[in-house]
Design a protein around this ligand. Structure first.
Ligand SMILES: Nc1nc2c(ncn2[C@@H]2O[C@H](COP(=O)(O)OP(=O)(O)OP(=O)(O)O)[C@@H](O)[C@H]2O)c(=O)[nH]1
Ligand SMILES: [Mg+2]
Length: 470
């Protein structure tokens, strides 16, 4: 027997967050949402799919336009409480092709065809008696009904709304479209399950599918981040020059190309994480990171403190081994002179809007003069001991934000790192830090050899880190 896929028609007054709820529940960021009222003009279906399987269908609507008049018509035709649904059917038949109740007919049709009702109100605004007509019409349909109190502004009138909604809806829930997280969605599905017996089995299947898909996404994200780190730590670039050319003329160019590669590689990983979480349109801004990095001394203490590990932590890890590999510093130096040492070691490059370590710590590894008489300029891999930590910190910050970003939100995500509380790698426990450091060192040593095994090891660690993070 195929299970019945639950459908929900989402209804409410203009600008109350109907489309936002549809967007959040269907994980679809293409739903039209706007601060201007009347943004939804037609009824549209949005399936929520996991792994190619439709788990439920949300129907976005413009809501009622003439509820009071419609209810007056219905009341005139009503002969008994038991024929109210028939009266609604007659109403749709009569007005379907006419202009008077276009929106009413459009939203009532799927309900009469069996969909449940999600009624959305704004709990930040007071309850008014004139909401009663539409709630009454919905009650007449006899279909499973749930009310969601979606607070759009600062006020809180939930206490006024609840007793009124309780009269018309079997379940009333607070549900803030823009702030819900995964577990809130699971709880809502659990409530849907109680609403209508024929949906019970399908919704149970859906909850289990969604939970396992969520874990799959975490594993996939760990894989994407692990691959990114390995690629960036082992990437090197070379260009071959004609014997007449002067390598000095090409240094800046190859350095920029090297930076571009690292930057693009990170961008690609981010897009993959975003599409894993079905965020197709989201944009991120890194105001805290890019601006000081762009303009100021990149080794100003504040900048250094933004991401990655602190110099003290790096030294504590013996990660200076990484720096020693780069030939920059003496392993014995303390925090401040460590930074000075690295600063001197790095080349002071042209202003490129890239995070500091990448810019300063590109090393022109070797300039080889002979290869069929040509010259080869080689650059990379990146040597800064903090580089993997900064990469990881940025990846985790991005991941956490994407993971928690409701699909109804249309603003840009500000990837903000506000000091130590946000510096994610800094708060890892010392065993995790040591273990990661060991891996980073091996990855760097092996360059492109044996990466598959290292990738699996890194992935495993990242899954644990990600789980705690979210
Ligand atoms: N802060 C906040 N704003 C929200 C929330 N839900 C919706 N909004 C905002 O409220 C406005 C209207 O949201 P929509 O989802 O378009 O509302 P709607 O009921 O579909 O509106 P119409 O289709 O025009 O009737 C948008 O600017 C949303 O971003 C919420 O939970 N919190
Ligand atoms: Mg809308």
């Amino acid at each position: 027997m195929t299970l019945q896929v639950p459908k929900f028609t989402v209804i409410g007054r203009v600008n109350k967050g109907k489309s936002s709820i549809v967007s959040t529940l269907s994980e679809d960021d293409s739903v039209v949402i706007d601060e201007r009222p009347g943004s939804t003009k037609f009824c549209l279906e949005f399936p929520f799919r996991v792994d190619g399987k439709t788990l439920m269908i949300l129907i976005d609507t413009p809501g009622f336009q003439h509820a009071t008049r419609a209810l007056a018509w219905l009341r005139r035709k009503e002969t008994s409480v038991s024929n109210r649904r028939d009266v609604i059917e007659k109403f749709v038949q009569k007005f379907e092709k006419k202009k008077d109740f276009i929106d009413e007919c459009r939203l009532l049709k799927p309900i009469l065809a069996g969909s449940g009702i999600l009624y959305v109100v704004d709990g930040a605004k007071p309850f008014r008696k004139n909401y009663e007509a539409e709630m009454e019409i919905l009650r007449w349909t006899g279909q499973p009904r749930m009310a969601l109190i979606n607070k759009i502004g600062e006020g809180d009138f939930s206490d006024e709304w609840r007793p009124a909604l309780d009269q018309y809806f079997s379940v009333v829930r607070d549900f803030n479209a823009n702030q819900v997280r995964f577990l809130d969605r699971i709880r809502l599905l659990e409530a849907f399950r109680e609403l209508h017996e024929p949906w019970r089995e399908m919704i149970t299947v859906s909850i289990n599918l969604l939970k396992s898909d969520w874990q799959r996404r975490q594993r996939e994200a760990a894989k994407i981040i692990a691959k990114l780190i390995i690629d960036e730590l082992t990437y090197e670039q070379e260009i071959t020059l004609d014997k007449k050319e002067n390598p000095e003329d090409h240094k800046i160019k190859i350095q920029n190309q090297f930076h571009d590669y690292l930057r693009n590689r990170e961008r690609k990983a981010r897009r993959s994480v975003e599409s894993l979480y079905k965020h197709r349109k989201v944009q991120t801004v890194e105001n805290e990171l890019s601006q000081p990095v762009f303009e100021q001394d990149l080794f100003a203490k504040t900048t250094w403190n933004i991401l990655g590990l602190s110099p003290k932590q790096i030294i504590g890890l013996g990660a200076v081994a990484g720096a020693t590999v780069g030939g920059f510093v003496d392993a014995g130096v303390g925090g401040a002179s460590f930074m000075t040492g690295t600063l001197i070691g790095g080349s002071i490059g042209a202003a490129s809007a890239f995070y500091f370590s990448a810019r300063r710590f590109v090393s022109i590894d070797s300039i080889i003069d002979m290869w069929r008489g040509n010259k080869i300029i080689k650059i990379g891999p990146h040597k800064n001991p903090n580089f993997p930590w900064i990469l990881l910190d940025r990846a985790l910050l991005h991941y956490k934000n994407i993971h928690d970003f409701a699909h109804s939100r249309r603003e840009k995500i500000i990837l903000q790192s506000r000091g130590n509380d946000q510096r994610l790698v800094k708060n890892l426990n010392s065993i995790q830090r040591k273990e990661l450091n060991r891996l980073f060192v091996v990855i760097r040593k092996k360059r492109n050899r044996d990466n598959a095994r290292l990738q699996v090891e890194l992935e495993k660690m990242l899954v644990d880190i990600i789980q705690v993070l979210t």
